[in-house]
Design a protein around this ligand. Structure first.
Ligand code: IPM
Ligand code: MG
Length: 357
């Protein structure tokens, strides 16, 4: 059965890193019998420029019929002045909610060869292997009411709603417990239960779901403490589960432990494991078009796609092994090795992974 992957390169470095990931997919197709069909669509600023809208119906329909979506990145200064509903980021949020991709998996793994690229001491990050499970379709990101209004004093005020229902908390908790079960059986739930009612309910529901997973050791941590612990002693964590906003922040922080945000892939899954796969780094407009972006996060996103949506575990490990081989051979993009003259470009890195495959 041929499966379809929707390819949405997007903006900034998105198209550059996706090009390398597609090279990898082609090799898997030609040499390893991966039966897939790739279909391209526009998203973000690139779609706005053509259609006047960042998530055109053609792209949304394509994402809906596809078995999986591979996305580059969206956004850039060119579109920053647009109305909120027309901004590139809106397309990504729209895809997440339209496709009901509530479970966002963001692994932060330190490749041994990159210990020196981390801004933390090598002994602090050694053997780091964290999985952040971020809720992706609720919280302040989607809560209503929201807006900017005039208050009674004639001053503008802005408001958003932090809101989670029990069922939303329960389903993300289940994903996290199942994930922990397959790893080191440790789950840390991150909230702000000392201040927020939303977090109070979050903690209550996660604890209740935990009763069904006696084999998983559940702990709770306030988000401010979690941010501190992530840089103090990050290897204490196995799986972290948290809401949309806290997860957004903590996953960027965790990414730097691994040496570069250019290394981190992600999977956003629905109830049936259909998924959208993307690097977590964003469009990086400052380096777009220069051919220096690190394509490894996108290539590793392909590995996650193989594992989670296609269940092709062996191919996924093979691809991750190829990335490890390339890093072991000393190849570094600029983000991993800022010393002048000692780095390779985006295409060279992609070609090296292809060769290692
Ligand atoms: C991410 C990004 C997005 C988010 C933006 C681009 C809307 O930061 O995927 O982490 O906030 O979720
Ligand atoms: Mg983010």
């Amino acid at each position: 059965m041929t499966r379809k992957i929707a390819i949405l390169p997007g903006d900034g470095i998105g198209p550059e890193v996706v090009t390398e990931a597609v090279k990898v997919l082609k090799v898997l197709q030609e040499r390893y019998g991966l039966d897939v069909e790739l279909e391209y669509g526009l998203i973000g600023g690139a779609a706005y420029d053509v259609h006047g809208y960042p998530l055109p119906d053609t792209s949304l329909d394509l994402a809906k019929v596809a078995d999986a979506v591979l996305l580059g990145a969206v956004g850039g200064p060119k579109w920053e002045q647009l109305d909120r509903v027309l901004r590139p980021e809106k397309a990504l949020l729209g895809l997440r909610s339209e496709l009901k991709l509530f479970a966002n998996l963001r692994p932060a793994i330190l490749y041994p060869d990159l210990a020196d690229a981390s801004t933390l001491r090598a002994d602090v990050v050694s053997e780091l292997d964290i999985m952040i499970v971020r809720e992706l379709t609720g919280d302040l990101y989607f809560g209503e009411p929201r807006g900017i209004r005039q208050n009674s004093a004639g001053e503008r005020e802005a408001y958003n709603t932090m809101i989670y229902s029990e069922s939303e908390i329960e389903r993300i908790a289940r994903v996290a417990f199942e994930t922990a079960r397959k790893r080191k059986q440790r789950l840390c739930s991150v909230d702000k239960a000392n201040v927020l009612e939303v977090s109070q309910l979050w903690r209550e529901v996660v604890t209740r779901v935990g009763n069904e997973y006696p084999d998983v050791a559940l702990t709770h941590m306030y988000v401010d403490n979690a941010a501190m612990q992530l840089v103090r002693a990050p290897t204490q964590f196995d799986v972290i589960v948290t809401g949309n906003l806290f997860g957004d922040i903590l996953s960027d922080q965790a990414s730097m432990l691994t040496g570069s945000i250019g290394m981190l892939p992600s999977a956003s899954l629905d109830e049936d494991r259909k998924g959208l796969y993307e690097p977590i780094h964003g469009s990086a407009p400052d380096i777009a078009g220069q051919g220096i972006a690190n394509p490894l996060a996108t290539i590793l996103s392909v590995a996650m796609l193989l594992r989670y949506t296609f269940g092709a575990l062996e191919l996924a490990s093979r691809l991750e092994g190829a990335v490890a081989t390339v890093l072991g051979s000393g190849l570094r993009t600029l983000d991993l090795h800022p010393a002048p003259g000692r780095h390779v470009g985006t295409a060279d890195m992609g070609n090296a992974v292809v060769a290692a495959l």
